[in-house]
Design a protein around this ligand. Structure first.
Ligand SMILES: C[S@@+](CC[C@H](N)C(=O)[O-])C[C@H]1O[C@@H](n2cnc3c(N)ncnc32)[C@H](O)[C@@H]1O
Ligand SMILES: [Zn+2]
Length: 370
């Protein structure tokens, strides 16, 4: 069947209801959002003449969209790789379908990703979109990420990262996850730290430019700077989040054992990245430049969320349960926060969440006195 996504078309054998890795080429329509956002982000950066590597290209849809939707000056070269047998043949067909001529700037590869990377050069943008965890590709990809390069990573193994399988998370991501309302923000921050640690081995500092959770996947874009001190500055932002299930208090700490002010023991999560999830300037630019309808509301929230740099947000449902009280509508709560001049925003992590630069007791008081 013929599929259109953005400006690109691809021909897929079989039916879309059965998304599986057994398909002749892998295409997941639920990831269209992820791909639109990638195009928008690359178009919103100042970078031009990029050498792009699409390491695990699947159906090649993302690369086709790069070729058709990136501003002309952006692209110098694109290497489109997938280890699946027959990939190059299918990709050539899809290039023809989109009236894109194979030229000097387009390279097709049908290699095992890590094998390909051992002989590779430096890239300005590397895309890692695996089945499950990106772990096995991080080392080689980060070795080949150029100075001031961008890395786009997706992880679909949200179950360990979001605390369903803590032992797996510990083995694969070297940190303790959390189950509950903050599980996806915590999972994302654990993933970010893992990528940063791999980068640090090569004296590379990886700063998240735009990170999010959606439809059971995590996605992060990193900006890479070279330098030992820069890498050290990233590492000091790896700390624990202490969380009190009794009173919902939370705090960032270098230590993992402490008592909450309510008298109960905090539980700890992490270590995790405690710095920014979004680059403020870039996010605002993406919001202004966006032409993809499906991204608009999400970007508007992200733009505001970039201004409130807390680890964790407050979930109104969980708070209502804890207070054993009906709580006002979100709009009313937000009006109160505004009145009290508290820096806050909605959050892309949860429709019932509010990210606020305020202590738990302030938020509780605000919910009780209304
Ligand atoms: C999730 S799909 C990629 C989807 C694609 N990026 C997109 O946006 O539609 C993962 C792809 O990685 C490929 N793959 C998995 N392990 C690989 C490896 N070790 N080397 C090369 N390709 C691999 C699979 O063949 C599959 O096409
Ligand atoms: Zn407490």
């Amino acid at each position: 069947m013929l599929i259109t996504e953005g400006s690109a078309k691809i021909e897929i054998a079989g039916k879309l209801e059965k998304i599986s890795r057994e398909l002749p080429v892998f295409y997941n329509p639920a990831m269209a959002f992820n791909r639109s956002l990638t195009v928008l982000l690359l178009n919103s950066l100042d970078k031009t003449e990029m050498r792009i590597l699409d390491l695990l290209a699947g159906s090649g849809i993302r690369s086709l969209r790069f070729l058709l939707e990136l501003e002309k000056k952006k692209l110098k070269e694109i290497i489109i790789n997938d280890g699946k047998k027959g990939f190059c043949r299918v990709m050539k067909k899809n290039l023809r379908l989109n009236k894109i001529k194979l030229s000097k700037k387009i390279f097709l590869q049908e290699e095992e990703a890590n094998r390909f990377l051992t002989s590779a050069e430096g890239y300005d943008y590397i895309e890692i979109d695996p089945f499950g965890s990106p772990n096995e590709f991080l080392n080689n990809a980060l070795k080949h990420l150029a100075r001031e390069g961008i890395l786009g990573v997706t992880a679909t193994d949200t179950a360990p990262l979001a605390g369903k399988y803590p032992a797996t998370c510990q083995r694969n991501y070297w940190a303790k996850p959390l189950r509950g309302e903050l599980q996806h923000e915590i999972g994302l921050r654990i993933l970010i730290r893992k990528v940063q640690l791999i980068g640090a081995q090569f004296d590379k500092a990886l700063m998240p430019l735009f990170s999010f959770y959606k439809d059971h996947y995590y996605r992060v874009f990193f900006f890479c700077e070279k330098g030992k001190q820069k890498a050290d500055k990233v590492m000091v932002q790896h700390q624990y989040l202490l969380y009190c299930p009794a009173c919902l208090n939370r705090k960032v700490s270098f230590f993992n054992k402490e008592k909450c002010s309510c008298g109960k023991e905090f539980i700890f999560v992490g270590p995790l990245w405690t710095g920014q999830l979004f680059d403020k300037v870039l996010t605002a630019k993406m919001c202004r430049k966006n032409t993809y309808l499906e991204l608009q509301r999400f970007l508007e929230i992200a733009e505001k969320e970039a201004e409130v740099k807390t680890v964790g947000f407050y979930c109104m449902h969980v708070l209502a349960g804890k207070l054993k009280k009906d709580i006002p509508k979100k709009e009313i709560i937000m009006a109160k926060l505004r009145k009290q001049k508290i820096n806050f925003s909605e959050t892309i992590f949860s429709p019932t969440g509010i990210r606020a630069a305020a202590e738990i007791e302030t938020i509780k008081k605000l919910l009780i006195d209304y």
